[in-house]
Design a protein around this ligand. Structure first.
Ligand SMILES: NC(=O)c1ccc[n+]([C@@H]2O[C@H](COP(=O)([O-])OP(=O)(O)OC[C@H]3O[C@@H](n4cnc5c(N)ncnc54)[C@H](O)[C@@H]3O)[C@@H](O)[C@H]2O)c1
Length: 253
């Protein structure tokens, strides 16, 4: 694919899908920025990539905090001089004893925090980073939504489902605005992917997802990273405003 000299930011870069995406981007020669609230995880990944000869930068960021997102853009520019690729991937999906809370039983603070991270955070990152892509006349934005946005969600709460549906709308709207600048904006909707975010439900719930999936298993972080890399590649140069399901056939829309 050849992403040498391209600079890519992945939010939630220390998590399951984020780390697989960072590693895949680094493999293609990109300079990668691992943005995460989890400082230890981000720093460890940075050290590992640098020891392998890659160019990586860890930045502790809460994407729900606009000033921290501004700092993410500033540190990326002062280290690598440009921003070409943004993968909006950080996300939360709160559970209580392994279960979501129904909308009317959920605290308002919980609703607000999920919307802040899973939707407002995506807006903040686009808001701060898009102007730098416009300057370059080229850019790739991939927003990680969820199958919950397509299906209504079974194990995720209404806040998560609403935020992830909002991410698809944001993707389409921004794709329309940015086409003339050579920037594509697409969404990926993962199904059940084996990462820490799904491990707070009882194992039988995930086993049931695997049983109902036509391809007969949960997804891997690499399955999702593959779709993200495709959307960043030249092969996807005429694709924008699209939503790609990566779910093993669990949902067909
Ligand atoms: N795993 C799945 O089955 C699945 C399905 C559909 C969608 N997704 C989405 O994929 C994305 C990645 O999730 P994952 O499966 O890798 O889970 P994960 O929990 O392994 O990774 C999420 C990462 O986001 C980080 N994070 C959380 N809040 C943050 C914040 N405020 N600011 C910055 N970073 C923050 C976490 O520290 C973590 O590293 C999420 O948006 C998630 O909603 C996952």
């Amino acid at each position: 694919m050849g992403l040498e000299r391209k600079v890519a930011i992945v939010t939630g870069g220390a998590g399951g899908i984020g780390m697989a995406t960072i590693r895949a981007l680094a493999q293609e020669g990109a300079n990668v920025v691992i943005s995460d609230v989890n400082w230890e995880g981000a720093k460890k990944l940075e050290e590992s990539l640098v020891s392998e000869g890659g160019k990586a930068l860890a930045v502790q960021t809460d994407i729900a905090n606009l000033s921290q997102v501004k700092e993410l853009a500033r540190k990326t520019l002062s280290t690598f001089g440009r921003i070409d690729i943004l993968v909006n991937n950080a996300g939360i999906s709160p559970k209580h004893q392994g279960k979501k809370r129904n909308l009317w039983e959920m605290g308002v603070e919980e609703w607000e925090r999920v919307i802040d991270v899973d939707l407002n955070g995506y807006f903040y990152c686009c808001h701060e980073i898009v102007p730098h892509m416009i300057l370059n006349g080229w850019g790739r934005i991939v927003n990680i939504s969820s199958q919950a946005a397509r299906s209504g969600g079974q194990v995720a709460g209404s806040h998560y489902t609403a935020a992830k549906a909002g991410v698809i709308g944001l993707t389409k709207s921004l794709a329309g605005e940015l086409g003339k600048y050579g920037i594509t904006v697409n969404a990926v909707t993962p199904g059940r992917i084996d990462t820490p975010i799904i491990r707070d439900v009882p194992p039988e719930v995930n086993a049931e997802f695997a049983r109902r999936t036509p391809l007969g298993r949960l997804g891997t972080p690499e399955d999702v990273a593959g779709a993200i890399l495709f959307l960043i590649s030249d092969a996807a140069g005429f694709i924008t405003g699209a939503t790609i399901d990566v779910n093993g056939g669990l949902g067909m829309y």
